[in-house]
Design a protein around this ligand. Sequence first.
Ligand SMILES: Cc1cc2nc3c(=O)[nH]c(=O)nc-3n(C[C@H](O)[C@H](O)[C@H](O)COP(=O)(O)OP(=O)(O)OC[C@H]3O[C@@H](n4cnc5c(N)ncnc54)[C@H](O)[C@@H]3O)c2cc1C
Length: 410
Amino acid sequence: MAAENRDVVVIGAGHAGLAVSHELSVAGVDHVILERAAAVASAWAGRWDSFTLVLPNHTIQLPGRLYGGDDPHGFLARDDVVALLREYADSFAAPVRTGVEVTSLRPRPDTRLELRTAAGDSMVARAVVVATGAYQRLRRPAWVADVPDAVRVLEVGEYRNPGALPEGTILVVGSGQSGCQVAEDLVLAGRSVVLACGRSTWSPRRVGGQDFVDWLILVGFMDTKSDQLPDPRMRLFGGGQMTGRDGGHDLTTRTLRAAGVRLGGHLTGVEHGGARFAGDLRESVAWGDQRYAMLCGLIERRCGELGVTPPALPGPEPFVADELESLDLGEVGAIVLTTGFRPAYASWIEPADAFDEMGLPLQTDGASSVVPGLFFSGTPFLRSQSSALLRGAPDDAPVVAAGVLRHLAS
Ligand SMILES: Cc1cc2nc3c(=O)[nH]c(=O)nc-3n(C[C@H](O)[C@H](O)[C@H](O)COP(=O)(O)OP(=O)(O)OC[C@H]3O[C@@H](n4cnc5c(N)ncnc54)[C@H](O)[C@@H]3O)c2cc1C
């Protein structure tokens, strides 16, 4: 069968793909969005029932559609985020083709790009924008293979609500935003919960009468570029521990401990029917405290430079490390893995050297430095700290779309 020819293909109908599509539509560029799921915004739709945004609603900024609701400092719930993005797609008749998974993408000798789909179809395009999401492949620890069959193991994307899990203690592995929110969801429902903690940053939800995120925006932290980071590995650091649930409140290792969650350090292995922890909880919490102190220092310094009175920034409460050394998996009904994500672009996009050692694309302003005509959107630190967030779309999407237009004209 002959390959379908297109000028531009966008892969992924999350907010990043839709935002680029909006800009291409405004410029009158014919294009199609290929989306593997049955509908737009499937990544959000697949999150747990009590999920809310962590960043305030006013950070929902899509090209042509800034947040216009009556609760800019609130946090939209999962289904409202999904509805908003589906409405956005409808508002400019985004040309989405659902149920189409792209399984490979490679440059051809004639400089066009060839895509293949799971259904065996092929397409050829002059430009392709990859907007397949910031969260691609869960890091699956090796010890999962040793977990007894009686214990159900779920990836965070499979978690829905406490009632859907088997009886017994729930072991949540990973203490980033997702892990803390899932642990809170479970403990609020009266479940016995153990949280295996790694190194995570945290901050209070509000200081000086404002959301902490608003201070981070004010002082420019949310616009940090990758070359301003002390270590490139920080591009894949998760967001700080906090929640938007019930209007937003502090959610940290400390608040979870006070709510009755039992804590351990890194989970290092499973043997003889038990989980073993590294005994490093205190160091991990101290690491998070240092990161918080760094953010406080930045807020104080930049507020001084901006002539703004900085907020009073509370220091961390003392942390008593009554941590678990091990856990008998006989008491555990399920393990929820919230162990962080890694990019998976290089598993289906050629050539492999279009990506760096962390699997992120080598690019400038979203345009691949290796493959002409290949673009990315929604990638962590594509252009700044906000590139994988709703807030990054109005800055990034027009730049990526402009690059596509230049490529088509060249
Ligand atoms: C706990 C948590 C809280 C968060 N809170 C916020 C927040 O408050 N504010 C915020 O801005 N962000 C938040 N985020 C981050 C945000 O959810 C993501 O960064 C955002 O969804 C990324 O958008 P995207 O369009 O790049 O990718 P996605 O929304 O993941 O969309 C990518 C799309 O591509 C499709 N796709 C993938 N591969 C293929 C393929 N090969 N072929 C075809 N289609 C494909 C997927 O089905 C998906 O629909 C949060 C994330 C988490 C985990």
